[in-house]
Write a protein that binds this ligand. Structure first.
Ligand code: EPU
Length: 335
């Protein structure tokens, strides 16, 4: 079923709380719907939206915003160690994580309480507490907007990396994801490398997926704003990856600076860098830095996308001046 709305408010569809409108908003529940939408799109400007938790609208969107309402969760098969699950792109991410933990399917519990939907998780390669969605994605089913046909991407085709995939680069805006196929563990392989996750679980009686989920939910609630209360898009910036020599130089000057090994260099903590520039708890009229996590920019009420971007540029400049490190937004600004 396709639902079409003209001059549609995107306020409930972006966690930053931008009060903007889409010229057209279409919601679909079937693959066939997406094929039809693709064939009728012509040259119209378009945007596929999930939970709107990683977007910053700079103004009204003069085109077609597409939103998946495909909400099926289907077990495709299993073997001794794994279960294969095909999930509709419109399923709320955290509802899927909760469901998988309840079914005894292990793997996604570290990714609890992340806002957004399943389709976007495959674009964004959402990650937290030592785990990334791409670690569990086997295949992504999509509709090609150009070819008006269905197409599948295997995990390798998706080129998953830190907060990155082919859907953010070469294949940006070319596909509508309809389903994501996950492989989850029946034999647990918990990831407890982050902070005091292990201690938190032990205090609750042991390491289980449910206890990890509980600990992650508590950690996130303490560090990150609830979008229902305060507009934000979670981390505004990505953690920068620098040359090892640059990391060594900074580490000599700031011995307490967190550093993490990364495939192509050394990853620094953008939150730490921003914090040390004195941004925590700083705000302008309607935009501020979240007091518990400097990586998060918040809409204090009625801010425009432009105000948020100007504020973010000032943060980038001060990190560049103090540390000589360039930080890039993770948030996708939509002009
Ligand atoms: N730190 C500070 N001050 C701050 C924030 C952080 O000193 O204001 C320090 C912390 O003390 C810690 C280090 O920086 O030593 C890293 O902080 P944290 O553990 O909070 O993680 P992060 O690197 O800032 C990333 C993700 C989060 C994810 C956490 C946990 C990115 C862009 N962000 O944040 O993801 O929850 O790790 O794995 O990679 C999101 O994407 O929206 C998000 C919240």
């Amino acid at each position: 079923m396709i639902r079409h709305f003209a001059s549609y408010s995107l306020l409930p569809h972006n966690t930053f709380g931008m009060d903007v409108k889409a010229a057209h908003f279409v919601e679909f529940t079937e693959v066939g719907d997406v094929l039809r939408i693709a064939s009728e799109l012509g040259g119209m400007r378009h945007l596929v939206i999930g939970g709107g938790s990683n977007l910053l609208f700079m103004g009204d969107f003069d085109g077609v915003v597409m939103h998946s309402a495909i909400k099926t969760i289907e077990v495709l098969g299993e073997n001794e160690s794994s279960v294969f699950v095909r999930v509709g792109s419109g399923v709320n991410w955290d509802e899927f994580v909760a469901y998988s933990v309840a079914q005894g399917w292990q793997g996604l519990e570290n990714l609890s309480a992340i806002p957004g939907e399943v389709g976007a998780s495959a674009v964004q390669n959402v990650g937290a507490y030592g785990v990334e969605a791409g670690d569990f994605i086997v295949k992504v089913d999509a509709v090609s907007l150009k070819g008006c046909c269905t197409v599948s991407f295997l995990n390798d085709d998706c080129c998953y990396a830190y907060r990155d995939s082919i859907f953010k680069n070469d294949e940006k805006d070319k596909y509508v994801i309809t389903h994501v196929i996950f492989r989850l563990n029946k034999i647990p392989q918990y990831v407890l490398s982050y902070g005091n996750l292990k201690e938190q679980c032990e205090a609750k009686g042991g390491v289980t997926a449910a206890n990890i989920r509980d600990a992650v939910c508590k950690t996130r609630a303490a560090k990150l704003p609830d979008p229902a209360v305060m507009g934000s898009a979670g981390s505004f910036f990505m953690n920068p990856v620098v040359e090892p020599a640059k990391a060594d130089e900074l580490k000599a000057l700031y011995p307490s600076m967190p550093v993490y090994p990364a495939p192509n260099g050394v990853k620094l903590s953008a939150g730490w860098l921003i914090d040390r520039c004195g941004w925590k708890e700083r705000s302008d009229a309607r935009v501020g830095v979240y007091p518990h996590q400097a990586l998060v920019i918040v809409n204090l009420g009625g801010a425009t996308g432009r105000e948020v971007m100007d504020f973010a540029h000032r943060i980038q400049q001060s990190v560049q001046e103090k540390f000589g490190v360039s930080i890039s937004p993770e948030v996708n600004a939509i002009e």
